[in-house]
Ligand binder design. Sequence first.
Ligand code: SF4
Length: 520
Amino acid sequence: MVCRGWPRGSTGPTYRGRSTTPGYLGRVTPWQWSFADQLGPHFALPGHRVLLIESTAALDRRRYHRQKLHLILSALRHRAAELGSAGTLIRARTYTEALEKLGEPVVVHEPTSMAADAFVRRLHDRGRINEIVPTPGFTLSRQDFADWAGSRPRLRMEEFYRWQRHRLEVLLDGDDPVGGRWSYDTENREPPPKSATLDVPPPFWPEEDDIDAQVRSDLDRAVADDDLELLGADGPRLFAATRAEAEQALTTFISDRLPLFGRYEDAMLADDWAMAHSLLSVPMNLGLLDPLEVVEAAVDAYERGRAPLAAVEGFVRQVIGWREFVWQCYWHFGPDYRQRNHFDASTPLPDWFAELAGDRVEAACLSDALTGLRDRGWLHHIQRLMVLGNWAIQRGYQPDQLTEWFQTAFVDGYDWVMPVNIVGMSQHADGGAMATKPYLSGGAYINTMSDYCGGCRYDPKKRTGPTACPFTAGYWTFMDTQADKLAGNPRMRRPLQGRLRLTDLSQVVAQERARGAAAP
Ligand code: SF4
């Protein structure tokens, strides 16, 4: 991709606050630089003006989903408009150029990627950054996590989550969990109802405004001028990009949708892409919501009798459990983690998969996941884990490449989010550093947890022949080809033994080898 800077004709700041000259207001008001994922009020440092930077180099460095870039630009420009004279948004090729334009040192919160962290530390050494302060975007400091992790040979989310519940005093009755159990996973794994959609009120949908129209126009122009190459389709902005929208999204979820969230958390419906999910990962990862305010709102709904404990516990688990665990593990495991490749998976992502060409795929579950990702830049976690990730591990997709794809294709994907989710949980490429087994299944699981299979040309019960389900055949093929590496894992003993009872195993393996990288 050739990056020449966009939109063309840019002359500098899009929004500019009042003069930055020392002496304005009678004294120098210090600057705080906020990255595009640090936009909420909990990031605001008292007595500081806010610097926002629209760096074309940061935005066109990778091939992002169109709707992801729209969201980031919309969020940045809305924040600049809200700040008015209390902030400025500088448009420049690089962050360094923007800081030079500003001409004053800044304070910055710890950024969310290792690359950005190293960058701001270099700027600090050169005097361009006065101070790097801890991020309020998560509930736990890196040092506190390091103390917790200590010399544990393996990090397990469940232990971390319980520790977080204690530490933050969430859903506790003395030292015990409210309701007597730490987990309500068993209640939160129901198959979908027979209806085509969940009977649940819709999520909050934002209304686009002039800023979104300008973002759309800028992206159109950059693409037309070959300054930017994007993935996926354009579409109406579906996710909160301002603090006010994020608050409305949170309120709507808590009051209307949380009660049904837990029960169908792991289910999939072809005609209901949002189901009862919160969609809050997007504004949370833009830094528009404080994770603790999100958890407090959910716990308050439980305490007022407006949401069942199982649903609230499942949601709290996502926020102060999994989200925080993934964040901390990103730093804990370090930069080499993405390259881990326990199963020596080396298949490049095929074009139809990488390009989100769901219309070239006949397998109903996979087709819908790719099409949904193309059209919205977002899928709920079971489609991510048990359709896309499941397919990728069975087919031996290269984990680092897959991680990059998830990171750029999903509107809530960031450097810190995807390595542990993909390399660790989904692909088990770390060999079990943070999960006890690979997450994969045959078509039977997808058939139980979704309504896809009834309308699919394949049959989830068949392993061979023209109607053999590629997930079922792929599952047994993976078990067979990776048997040596799975043998030491007690949780894989049963499926490994099960494969030996298949009389057609060699036929299944040969069939899936012949399929190669073709779309199923
Ligand atoms: Fe997916 Fe197989 Fe079910 Fe088709 S039959 S929807 S490929 S699991």
